[in-house]
Design a protein around this ligand. Sequence first.
Ligand code: SF4
Length: 208
Amino acid sequence: MNLSVARCHFPVRGLGYGARTGIWLQGCSIRCAGCIVPETWESRDEHLVSLAALLRATQPWIEASDGVTISGGEPFDQPEGLFALLTAVRALGAGDVLVYSGYPWPMLQREHRAVLELCDVVVSEPYRAPAHAVTPLTGSANQRVHLLTPVARERYTGWQAFSPAASVAVDGADIRLAGVMSRGDVVKLAGSIEAASGRRTRLTHGAL
Ligand code: SF4
């Protein structure tokens, strides 16, 4: 079993409860106008990683995490791989599993029920630029947060009051920002980091 993977980070804050392992899958067929991570749309051979290798790389992080966040790209464009990944993540005892999707909730319920049964939280719906409205977990006003399990309701009830947070990671010559942030905040933060470090900044996940 191979998955198309963009990158992984630990710890990630601001894309769920606590300190998380973030796994970004590569490839998205939805292609929202205004998407700030268009580099995740195309999936090529160089992005393919075996599930075993992905788990070897992330298992220590997952075991030390409060939860796992899976984003993209569009995770549900790889439904078999996503199912296998979530099954393995569950077996490692991830505290909670949050998955972002740009697909509408009724479609996910109709076509991916088995995958949803492995999720605690799903953030659904495509990014709509005119409805721009950043919250701690969403980036446009149409997006929906679904709390599917008791642990989700325990940890995420009142998620609108979570403190906004972003994680910064060095990735080769780039510095990556991960989090849901307003465009203004990203511009300010990226400018400060670039001025201080001389490195280019790129956004790993955000809904701007
Ligand atoms: S916002 Fe998400 S679903 Fe929409 S095009 Fe970008 S990666 Fe795909």
